[in-house]
Design a binder for this molecule. Structure first.
Ligand SMILES: Nc1ncnc2c1ncn2[C@@H]1O[C@H](COP(=O)(O)OP(=O)(O)O)[C@@H](O)[C@H]1O
Ligand SMILES: Cc1ncc(COP(=O)(O)O)c(N)n1
Length: 266
């Protein structure tokens, strides 16, 4: 069985973050290990974040990378500039393929990141990544395209993000995009693909982005082609949102077990 690594924050409500990643890995038949960057608490007042030290992150990365044959790693919430530098230092001269979920704009509440951090994400992390999976707000931020309201806007933003040095980009249009359809747009060096599902009128989308990106990571580790991995990840997260766990009138978590229950697996 393939071992995949998530470098992410902990979300105590377990919708997103490393909990979502590890559950998704388990459901998709890869063995998940983790390096924790930070602890996040989501409550009705917003998000509280506690970033772990660079030394603690470094030790976890050494432990996993030195003892396990890892070919794919997913990077979620990093939290600050020093932890971003640790990740770059440990991973850039390896053959590990990096799937980066930027986690700059949360739907669970507002959170501010320093410019030195967001600049480093653009100039240091994306150029060494294999795939980046921004949500609509992150895509607008990374591409400097102010409004993503049409499919043309999304295509243009993906091209600009690709130009930062990451060969493959998936923009998750999700609930933020106008209309009744939830789109994912994949741009690779050899072409483009749209994936779509009906938009669900539910609040159980905490963890949707993490789950989607983790599903792609697991499937790539199982040698799926990127297009097929994005296709199946779209289905996996759709079912997870549909069967999600409501927490408050505004918030609920994706349930990663939905795909196992609904689909027949050979
Ligand atoms: N309302 C929705 N209905 C159906 N699918 C959705 C909905 N919201 C999000 N998704 C799916 O969840 C994935 C994550 O999207 P999104 O919630 O925008 O990302 P993030 O969690 O990073 O903000 C999308 O790719 C999309 O497939
Ligand atoms: C530690 C952590 N990282 C990321 C998210 C966002 O999750 P999503 O964008 O998938 O809703 C989260 N809730 N917690």
């Amino acid at each position: 069985m393939e071992t995949v690594l998530t470098i992410a924050g902990s979300d105590s409500l377990a919708g997103g973050g490393l909990q979502a990643d590890l559950k998704t890995f388990e459901e998709l038949n890869v063995f998940g290990v983790s390096a924790i960057t930070s602890l996040i608490n989501v409550d009705p007042t917003g998000i509280q974040s506690h970033v772990l030290s660079a030394d603690l992150l470094s030790e976890q990365l050494d432990s996993t990378l030195s003892q396990l044959p890892i070919r794919f790693a997913k990077i979620g919430l990093i939290g600050n500039f020093s932890n971003l530098l640790v990740i770059i230092k440990k991973l850039m001269n390896t053959d590990i393929k990096l799937i980066v979920d930027p986690v700059l704009f949360f739907k669970e509440g507002a959170h501010y990141f320093q410019k030195v951090y967001t600049d480093a994400m653009k100039s240091l992390l994306l150029p060494v990544a294999y795939l980046v999976t921004p949500n609509l707000e992150e895509a607008a931020f990374l591409s400097n395209v102010s409004k993503l309201e049409t499919k043309d806007d999304v295509q243009q933003a993906a091209q600009k993000i690709q130009a930062l040095g990451c060969p493959n980009v998936v923009i998750k249009c999700g609930s933020r995009f106008p209309g009744d359809t939830a789109y994912n747009y994949l741009l690779t060096e050899s072409g483009e693909h749209w994936f779509e599902t009906p938009k669900l009128a539910v609040t159980t989308t905490d963890g949707a982005g993490c789950t989607f990106s983790a599903a792609i990571t697991a499937l790539l580790a199982r040698n799926y082609a990127l297009v097929d991995a994005v296709q199946l990840a779209t289905r996996f997260v759709y079912l997870g949102i549909q069967a999600g766990i409501p927490i408050s009138p505004h918030l609920g978590s994706v349930w990663q077990g939905a795909y196992r229950q609904k689909e027949v697996h050979p």
